[in-house]
Design a protein around this ligand. Structure first.
Ligand SMILES: [Zn+2]
Ligand SMILES: [Zn+2]
Length: 348
């Protein structure tokens, strides 16, 4: 089968590699149909080290996939060959304290697709995965929508953690795919008024299309002052989806006393800082969001029911052979790119 290997900084190669076999009785063999390029893939494309994780070349990236079940192991009950699925890229151990406590997203022995040192990723034609990681998608979802289920589930999880009251006033700092997925999930959960920022005009336009009440670019205006003018008491919750120190600073300045900062963005540096007086005097709460937990099926329902439209997120399509171009485009944030989708199976 064909696979795309990351072989060095910003270097990718298409290589032939053996098609995986079904090993476990509870596994399924998947044909990968489409794959969304994630911001975290771009970190590994551009940098060899992200936090304490170091890429060992060659590495196959990719974890946002829509797939079709080709074969099932003898113990698999929930899936049939031919079924289309969205995939939760995290394989938990099922036995540690975290798994037992229902926190498989922080499993101590977790293996994540396309994560250096864990599992090879989904930029391949065929992939074996535990059936428990695969959720059927209805025929009404196309392969682009099914590939966006994974990032949407992160927005769904973040919105759940925030426990917003009806009519909440919310900020989302950073309007890339994860910021937009958070917006869609927050709006589906409560009719919150959402203020969004970004440095890219097309992203702000997408935010307005997806239901943001106000958008602003911190390069052009003082976004904290502008939002404060509209919301003098401050915001109930701010989701930081940029992974930048400036964005974290703006986020805490926007919160009202007792407000909650939810940190979703992944900074390229390992240390971030906060104004301790601002945190302490306003008794701000900080919640870190680690991917998602058990939100894939809810994300599928939100799209299938029409309560969430992920259409504005998908901006570009590429063939498997052109994966490096897709990564360069997402890395450059040019041409209005939000989610670039790689069409892997020839049927797509
Ligand atoms: Zn991702
Ligand atoms: Zn575990």
């Amino acid at each position: 089968m064909k696979a795309i290997y990351l072989t060095g900084l910003r270097q990718m190669e298409l290589r032939e590699t053996p098609t995986p076999r079904l090993n476990g009785a509870n596994d399924v063999l998947l044909r990968v149909d489409t794959l969304g390029v994630c911001g975290s893939d771009i970190h590994y494309f551009r940098q060899r080290e992200v936090g304490s994780t170091v890429v060992a070349y060659p590495q196959i990236l990719g974890h946002e996939l829509a797939a079709t079940v080709m074969e099932i192991g003898p113990e698999v009950k929930n899936l049939q060959p031919g079924q289309r699925v969205a995939v939760d890229p995290l394989v938990p151990c099922g036995e540690c304290d975290q798994c037992r406590a229902g926190r498989k997203h922080t499993c101590r022995q977790q293996k994540f697709l396309g994560y250096p040192g864990q599992l090879q990723g989904a930029l391949v034609e065929y992939l074996a995965m535990p059936a428990a990681c695969c959720s059927p998608v209805p025929v009404s979802l196309d392969d682009d929508q099914a590939a966006v289920v994974e990032p949407l589930s992160i927005g769904v999880y973040a919105a759940q953690l925030a426990q917003l009251a009806p009519g909440a006033r919310v900020g989302i700092v950073g309007s890339g795919p994860i910021g937009l997925c958070t917006l869609l999930a927050v709006r589906a959960q409560t009719q919150a008024t959402v203020y969004m920022t970004d440095l890219v005009e097309e992203r702000l336009a997408a935010a307005r299309t997806c239901g943001a009440a106000w958008t602003g670019d911190p390069q052009r205006e003082d976004v904290v002052a502008a939002i404060r003018q509209l919301e003098p008491l401050g915001l109930d919750a701010v989701f930081e989806c940029a992974g930048e120190q400036d964005a974290l600073d703006q986020s805490v300045q926007l919160l009202k006393p007792g407000g909650e900062l939810l940190v979703i963005g992944i900074p390229e540096v390992d240390r971030i800082c906060f104004s301790s007086s601002l945190l302490r005097r306003n008794e701000l709460r900080i919640t870190n969001v680690r991917r998602q937990n058990e939100c894939v099926e809810h994300a599928i329902e939100l799209i299938a029911s029409g309560r969430v439209d992920v259409g504005p997120l998908v901006t570009h399509h590429f063939r498997l052979e052109d994966t490096a171009r897709a990564f360069e485009l997402v890395s450059s944030r040019s041409d209005g790119v939000l989610k670039a989708i790689i069409r892997i199976s020839p049927e797509n």
